[in-house]
Structure formats: structure tokens, C-alpha cells
Design a protein. Sequence first.
Lengths: 665, 148
Amino acid sequence: MRIGVFVCQCGENIGRTVDCPAVAEAAGRFPGVAYSVEYKYMCSDPGQNLIKNMIKEKNLDAIVVGSCSPHMHEKTFRKAALDAGVNPFLCEIANLREHCSWVHEDIVDATKKAIDLVRIAVEKVKKNTPLTPIRVPVTKRSLVIGGGISGIQAALDIANAGFECVLVEKEPSIGGHMSQLSETFPTLDCSQCILTPRMVEVYQHPKIKLLTYSEVENVEGFIGNFKVTIRKKARSIDESKCTGCGLCVQKCPIKKKAYNEFEENLAHRPAVYVPFPQAVPNIPVIDRTVCTYYQTGKCQMCVKVCGREAIFFEQQDEMITEEVGSIVVATGYKLYSIDKKPEESEIKGYGEYGYGKYKDVIDGLQFERIASASGPTSGEILRPSDNKVPKKIVFIQCVGSRDESKGFSYCSKICCMYTAKHAMLYKHKVHDGEAYVFYMDIRAGGKGYDEFVRRAIEEDHVKYIRGRVSRIYEEDGKYIVRGEDTIAGKPITIDADLVVLATAMIAQPNAVKLAQTIGMSYDKYGFYNEAHPKLRPVEVSTAGVFLAGACQSPKDIPESVAMASAAASKSLVLFGSDFLEREPTVAKVNESVCAGCFYCQKVCAYNAIEKKEIKDRKGNLVKVIAYVNSGLCQGFGTCNAVCPSKSVELIGFNDEQIYAEINAL
Amino acid sequence: MEEEKFEPKIAAFVCNWCTYTGADLAGTSRLKYPTNVKMIRVPCTGRIDPVFIIKAFEKGADGVLISGCHPNDCHYNTGNFHARRRWILFRQLLNFVGIDSTRLHFSWVSASEGKKFVDVVTEVINKVKEQGKFKKYEKINKEFAIHE
């Protein structure tokens, strides 16, 4: 092997504390080194040309560059090597700047160490093998999980760019939480008015395949090549025949048995129902748990009224397989239901507020429905217990948020804003009413947000009280709210007609299950972890999977939409080429010695180890061994470390290479 | 005389994403530490085979430092957890093999902890200096002349 050593002075950065000529001279005497030289700036064009020219002139087949950290210029020098006809993986970097000249002062010691570092790199490069980047084909389709505003935005962006997209929503209609909102802050735009056109656009888009009432069951494969199994739950309605006339919904005799989930349990719905009038698709679903037919085999009123014979009682769940290249996860959030403790949770809840016990202690989404023109009260502010207009209303912020003892330590971010909006909506509809807000801090960061809160306080005279509420109890039809005004420094009691709790936004109950299906990491609250909190906020550690919206952390609508567009554009970046190029530093199994113990499979975080059957010529099974799916492997090498027979090697960091480095220490 | 001049050799196995980058930061911040430590970069602490450590001692290291990402910060999600579990067992084995396990040091140093890296390295060097040269394999190496 003919190795060239190139020592960079980096101006004075290395040259001041490391005697570069001495390092180059010493390196020249290492076995295998055919040429060594020092230069002022190796990364400059003349420096790179020096490398390229010397590779050709001295017939070098590997190089070591003593320079800055490989995180800085490894790519530069690898490319220079490639340009001169040397495989880029036969280029090693000795870190003489960050790990030597900058951290040491004594020139003799530093030079000695620099020589050692170059020797280590020379020994390593001797064991390197030429590698070519792994090329994997890309399926130019995307899967979007979740049909809320984030999922809708991501799907539309991908589809409008000309690529097919599968949108999966677990509810019978897309729209998500945004479709439940009355008006949106800080502009007081009607939520449904801005959302429903988008929903229709999704439905009519030729590139979007919409699967509602469906859930992702399984995800296999890797970036560019995912195979997704989706369970399409039985609607008990033949979608191809139904016209959405709604006759079955009107005639269904079951009126009071089931709560309307869309109305946040403030109203009832029939057994056959459409979640809300603008639902997309406008096709009903039969709730088999309450439908008389499924209990007794009788009734069939819907069958009698349906002119299209669309009722399909025997319909089964259907499994659909889709092949996609990227996945956008936009599964959104849930509101923390404080009346009941989540199972197996240490969260204690807020029994003292009486949520679930008193009908007029409601949460934020319930108030949205009460304030919504399409809601159970047609937009009139009436309290649920007796349908009277509440004259005094109390809003409590941070119920469950920023409260480690009873809820979650994080801030739910949107409650300050939506509480101001609620108070404003209330004051606009009930002019003589009084609105109180208990708050800890006002967090109104965002364009026009703080102005919005000021408007609630100054123009609409909402009374803001800084402090927490200790207890709510009923007395003569009123709800006595006892709290503390920490600015006045005294306790305060308000006899309210209605209490609205701004409960925390929490992860979806099945968030962890989905994370495990796809291979995403999640935090202790069940929110999905991004690959890097600052620089890769929409990617997850599994390549080809992107996040959008509140499944990553509590978010408002504009942030969710922005993130969705970002996730879509990340997918489109992927679709920009027919093949993906990946670093070839992945694990590889030596098939002749692998005993098939599959310890490697147990430690792999990416499910990259598969089972491979070895058969003889007659087709008899000889043994089952491990096989590395190089598309999935991320190359962290734990498999290599645990393999008892050392049959798995991490290319680029294999045992031989590391032993060579240790020997040169 | 010999004792005074003793400069230990420390082999550091560091992960590419946290500690190597943290060491880079120490450089960028122009913090100073002694030259005794030399680093071997691996993708993840999960990659470090216990044999590497024994090999390093065999090849003349007086102390070994292993450092990677903090728990839950691993670039590969779980690599450092596997490493941690492995070290708990391996530490006890080291004494059995005849290597003083107090010469083996572990720490978590993130990419933003340049200062911590310097502190850890300096502490390890000082500790090994106190312990003196690691002589267990010296004789074998001389006899078989494996090294250098």
C-alpha cells in the first residue's frame, strides 16, 4: 500500500503549537507511507490540488490528512481523493487541530501527540477497504397518518407537487380537532370556514387516496421502501353505493344511547351517524356497539329507508397494503381528561375541580362546541346543566400543564391564547356577563398574540387574576370557585355559573404503540422525538419518517401547518431522485461463521437484522443466519460488539480497523 | 527520578456524535488539557467491544476512558444503554482478569460539554498518574516483542 500523508498547518492554527514539518517528516518514515508533505491550508484549492497531483504523481492508493476535525473537512478531502481516483473511504483524517494544537500548549508534547495521531490514522487506513455508497430505489409515494389540519396540509403539499399520497384517518371523517373549533385566534376567523375547503380539496384530489375510519397496523421496510398495512375498519355501509343523503341517520330510532364524540359528549347521536354535517367523506358509519341490529338482529330501519341498498351489515375489516417511500406522522393530540386518572398513570388529576361531577365544569373543547354556530346550542352560550345563559364565567388556565405534582411539567402552549379567545367570544355574545381568568403567566408569544390578549383585557374587560384555584364546589346552583389572587395577595371567591378548564394537551393514547410500529422514539409523555431539537425538527431518528403538528409537542394551528409543509418538503426532497445514496458504513454478516444466535437482532434499534435461510442444493434447510438489511442499518455497531462469534462486522469500524488503531496508540 | 517523569498513556474510546464533538468543542473554545490522552472514534459506545479495552491495556495504555452520549441522548437511541449494561458486568470481570478496574473510567459527555470533557480527561490523567504505570503486560510484551 502506498499511503500519502498530508499535514495541514491551518495557517497558524495548527502550525503554532505543532511542528508540522517534523510531523510530516516523522510520518514519512512510517511503514507504508510513500509520501508526506505539509502545507499551509490543505482545504484551500491549491491544497486540494496538491493532494490530487501527488496521488497521481506518487501513485498513492490511500491518504491521511492531518488537519481539523473530520466533522469539518472529511467530506472535502474524501472528494479530493475521489477526484484523483482514490476511493473516498481510503481517506482518513487525523484531528490535529481540535484535538491537539488548540488544546495543548507545549510544542514538544503537542508535536509528539500529533505524530501519534497521524500514526493511528495511517494504521487505520491500511485496514480500510474501498466502499461504494449504498443505492436504494425510492418509491415516490407518501403515507400521511392523521387527517387533522397537519395531515391535510402535508398531503396537499405532496399531492400538489405531483406525487401520490395516502392519507389515513382513524375517525370516520378528516378534519381533526380544528373542525371542532368555533373561531381561531388571533383573527377570530371561523375555523370550519377556513378548514372545510381544504378537506374537500383532499377528497377531490386525484393524487390523494383517502382512507378514513382506518388505522395503520404495521410498517415494514425502510426509507424509500416502506410497506404499510392499514386496517380499514368496517363502516357497515357500502361506500361505493352511499350518496350521503343522510336518510338513515334521520330515521335511526336510536337517539339517546350514544354520546356525540364530535360534540365532546354534549349531545347524543344515532347509531348510524356522520360525525358532523361537513364531514369528508360524507358517508355514515354504523356504531355496532349501540345499533339494535347488532344486539337483537331486528330493526333494520336504515335498510328500509336507504334507496341505494348501501347498508352492509356483514362488512368486515379490510386489510390494505400500501407501498410508500416516506411517512408523515401527524397524529395530533388529545385533551387531558381530568375526571378520570389515565390507567397506569401516576398523574393524580384534579378531583377538587369537580370535572365530570358537575355538568357545568367543562373543558376547552367543550366550550368550543358551545360557542360554535354548528354546535349543540347553535352558538348561543348556554350552560349544559339547565341551558341558561351563564352570567359569570370562570376560566382556569394550566390545568394539568406546568404542574408536576398533578399533571405534566410542560406548557401546553395554546391555552393562554384560546382562553383569551373564549373569554372574548363569551363577552361578545353575553354583553352583561362577567368573565374571569385564573392564570399563572400569560404566554402569548406569536404574531399578534400578545395584542390579542391585551384586547381581551382592555377592550372586552375580561378580568385576569394571577393565581391558582384550590377548589370548586356547588352551592345553590352556583359554582363557588375559591382561589388566590397572588398580586393582591389575598384569597378570592367567585360564584360562577360556568367554569371552563384549559386542560393540558397530551399525546394520543395509542401514540406509543404507533411509535413502536414505525420505530420512532418518544418522550416520557408520549410525544414523538425529533432527530435534532434545533436543526432537524421534523425528522425522526428513523430515516424517511417525518413529523407534523401536535404529535411532536403542543402546537397551535399555524405552527402545525408550517411543520406539515416542512415534513412534506422533506418527503419531496427524497422524491427528487430515483435512488438514495447512503453511507456504506453498515453492518455485514459473515455467513459462513454466523451461528444464528440472533443476539444482534435483540440489540438492533432499527430492526435491521433479518433471518436468512441457507439451503442446500436439494432445498433442505441447512441453517438460519442473520442478515443485515443495509437500507435499515444505521451503522452504530452494537451488533458487532455483542456477536459471540464475531460474525457481524461494522464496515468502516470493524474489529481489525480498531485493533490497528489500538496497536498504534 | 523515573517515577517523577511518569506520563501515563490514556486511550479514550469516544462516540462520534457526543463526546468526539464535545472534544472538538473543547478545542474550538481553546480549553487546555494534558497531551496524554489519545482518542479512538467509534460511531457509538455500543460499538465498543470489551476486548478493545483489554487490548488497549495490553498495548501499553495506563488508563482507559470511555465516553458517549448521555442516557436518552444516544444518536442511535439505545446504543449507550447497551454499553452501560455491558460495562457494569465487564468492570467486575476486569479485576478477575487481573486488570485494576479503577483504571477504567466512564463518563457521559455531550457535544455541548467541552468544559466537562476537559475536566473528565484531566481528572482521569491525574488519577492514573497517582496509580502509576500499568505493568501487568509489560513483561509479556517484552518477551514476545509484540508491541512496536
